[in-house]
Design a protein around this ligand. Structure first.
Ligand code: IMP
Length: 197
């Protein structure tokens, strides 16, 4: 396989890597992670949109690796909070919290709220070494549970109930989650764009 099919995943998040590998597995791309390439840097997400942040991460890793880099920027948008935490989902509630402490912070904040609609959003950007970019977005609608449930998945999965389900994303198998998730919608759009060239 030549370098045209070799892509680096520009994320250090193990949950994202596992999902991205699984969703892209049927597509014949050779995938390496930034960790496997020894790229150990903190990239500041200074953008105010998912697209800006994914572009910052993809461009930086493409520059450092000399390979096409696929970055994911994603987050949770809660209707009753005016779309927050949005691009700030990974730091919601403050610095140095565990993933569980963050979603418990959100549950507490929404304790007496009846309006529980929310969606996960994911934007994928692939940056090529020649400067070209491909971007694609996906969404998954649902609601915020009143209590945590399930132990699969990552991040806010234990408190997010996808539309049409009566269990949380953390109670779904990875295969089930991949059929409906924002990340798989975005990556499938990306695959279609990549195929069209
Ligand atoms: P970022 O893309 O690095 O800014 O981080 C997005 C944050 O959103 C992650 O750290 C997770 O907390 C959350 N998130 C994104 N996608 C998912 C998902 O599929 N399940 C649960 N939480 C997610």
């Amino acid at each position: 396989m030549d370098n045209k099919n070799k892509f680096v995943l520009a994320t250090a998040n193990a949950g994202k890597i596992s999902e991205m590998r699984s969703i892209l597995s049927d597509f014949g791309l050779e995938l390496v992670t930034r960790d496997e390439l020894g790229i150990d840097i903190e990239i500041e997400e200074t953008g105010t949109t998912f697209l800006e942040n994914a572009t910052i991460k993809a461009r930086k890793i493409a520059e450092l690796s000399g390979m096409a880099a696929i970055a994911d920027d994603s987050g949770l948008m809660v209707e009753a909070l005016g779309g927050k935490p949005g691009v700030y989902t990974s730091s919601f509630g403050g610095d140095n919290l565990s993933a569980r402490e963050r979603y418990l912070f959100l549950l507490k904040k929404m304790e007496n709220m009846e309006q529980r609609g929310a969606k996960f959003v994911c934007t994928i950007v692939c940056a090529f070494p020649d400067g070209d970019l491909i971007s694609a977005t996906g969404e998954c609608g649902g609601s915020i549970a009143t209590e945590e449930a399930g132990s699969d998945g990552f991040g806010y999965d234990p408190i997010f109930i996808p539309t049409g389900y009566s269990k949380t994303m953390a109670e779904l198998t990875q295969e089930e989650k991949n059929k409906i998730s924002h990340r798989s919608m975005a990556l499938n759009n990306f695959k279609a764009k990549l195929q069209r060239g």
